[in-house]
Design a protein around this ligand. Structure first.
Ligand SMILES: [Cu+2]
Length: 462
């Protein structure tokens, strides 16, 4: 049984290990990131975070990863609960419209993160490709009244916080670890108001908390509560008691239990507080029941405390951004800097290739028969330099003939790559794998990018 956050499958009653079949579907979906803000999430199970998987220590898991036919990218899965190189990544690499299968034995109990590990890994994770798998210890976890699933993640959009419309992924902000949004369960407000998690006075609540990152470490705190038990870093020993704030590493987890004694609204935050009040990392636990005036006698959390998110973007800030953009342009057009020799371009381009292109076109440029055309000795590539630049900037689809064989796939636009990277990678492929040709200059890419209908929003400086 798979559930979507904040729900958790019920505790396992089984007293023996068995074979478990898990079928997880990867889907790329446009969904709400915040009010009026949409984002093309890449998901395990249609939602961020991915479906919660609950198995028992010793179970033999037959794992099926299905990549929906409408996906534009290949994906895979690295489960931190798996013992073995890559955690399943290599055996689960799955092209759109395909399905992969592999098996593993759940040797170690604990709460584990799973995530996509397809290059560029950071981007797949930044687009929401993470979730939790609980391997319950043989003896089970101590029973509680309510269990919930909460996972933090940081998002990087071309537009500022709250800027409406469909937002593109911003590679520069991601590299700088400068998230636009930090959220619980995939969107601002996912655990607020009538979507808050709930409990009754006297109940014990357990939170399975994960952090997908890709960059930030979370300082998880529930305002007005103290964690009675903390299973530090998602391990199986409640090694700490009476904890206020617990760290959740990127790609890590924690389990906390606490009894709720006083009714009211408890605010869940990443206690790096600008993330909570200005970037979205804020949720609510609503506890109902009779007042407990001995434990606490006061008014509920003040609405003003939660505040309206600050208005972003003062005039001065915009001016600085414009000047900085001008400065970068000036540096780029300096012939001393942009005039890299072909050799340097090839060496740099190889780096780009090994980060971005090889997942599909393969390390040796030979492609995948019937699915991904070869770049090695490619007549199509070498016939038209401008076409190949446009192909990288705007993507390519529809039928094409490469070395006498027909291909009909989709290559997504890689317009988040800066002009230099596009020039370098194409110089590399035009001079590798048996190809030899002239280089691609930054100016050529810049000119064609200007002509491309969809501007490179993702690489724009904000
Ligand atoms: Cu992926």
């Amino acid at each position: 049984m798979l559930t979507q956050a904040p729900n958790v499958p019920p505790p396992i009653k089984r007293t023996y290990a068995t074979k478990v079949i898990v079928k997880l579907e990867v889907k790329e979906v446009v969904k709400k990131l915040s009010d009026g803000v949409e984002y093309n999430f890449w998901t395990f199970g249609g939602d961020v975070p991915g479906s919660f998987i609950r198995i028992r220590e010793g179970d033999q898991v037959e794992f099926h990863l299905n990549n929906h036919p409408t996906s534009k990218m290949p994906h895979n899965i690295d489960l931190h609960a798996v013992t073995g190189p890559g955690g399943g990544a290599a055996s689960s690499f799955t092209a759109p419209g395909h399905s992969s299968q592999f098996s593993f034995k759940a040797l170690n109990p604990g709460l584990y993160v799973y995530h996509c590990a397809t290059a560029p890994v950071g981007m797949h994770v930044a687009n929401g490709m993470y979730g939790l798998i609980l391997v319950e210890p043989k003896e089970g976890l101590p029973p509680v009244n309510k269990e919930y699933y909460i996972m933090q993640g940081d998002f990087y959009t071309a537009g500022k916080f709250g800027e409406e419309g469909l937002q593109m992924f911003d590679q520069n902000k991601a590299v700088d670890e400068r998230p636009t949004y930090v959220v619980f369960n995939g969107s601002v407000g996912s655990l607020v108001g009538d979507k808050a998690i709930t409990a009754n006075v006297g109940e014990t609540v357990r939170l399975f908390i994960g952090n997908g990152g890709p960059n930030l470490v979370s300082s998880f705190h529930v305002i007005g509560e103290i964690f009675d038990n903390v299973y530090v870093e998602g391990g199986t020993v409640a090694a700490q008691h009476n904890v206020q704030t617990t760290m959740v590493p990127a790609g890590g987890s924690v389990i906390v239990d606490f009894k709720v004694e006083v009714p009211g609204t408890y605010i869940l935050v990443d206690h790096s507080l600008f993330r909570a009040f200005n970037k979205g990392a804020l949720g609510m636990l609503k506890v109902s029941g009779p007042e407990n005036l001995i434990a606490y006698s006061g008014k509920e959390v003040d609405a003003v405390y939660l505040g309206r998110q600050a208005e972003a973007g003062s005039e001065a800030e915009k001016q600085v951004a414009a000047l900085q953009a001008q400065m970068r342009e000036a540096i780029k057009s300096d012939p001393k800097i942009s005039g890299l020799t072909k050799e340097i371009q090839i060496a740099k381009g190889k780096g780009v290739f090994m980060q971005t292109c090889f997942v599909c076109h393969q390390v040796n440029g030979e492609g995948i028969p019937g699915q991904i055309p070869p770049l090695a000795n490619s007549d199509y590539l070498m016939a038209d330099k401008e076409r190949s630049i446009r192909g990288v900037l705007s993507g390519q689809s529809g039928e094409m003939m490469v070395n006498g064989k027909k291909y009909n796939g989709v290559m997504i636009p890689l317009n988040y790559l800066p002009d230099e990277d596009v020039a370098n990678v194409l110089t590399y492929v035009r001079n590798s794998f048996g190809n030899s040709g002239d280089g691609v200059k930054v100016e050529e890419v810049r000119r064609l990018r200007g002509e491309t209908p969809a501007p490179a929003a993702a690489s724009k400086f904000e």
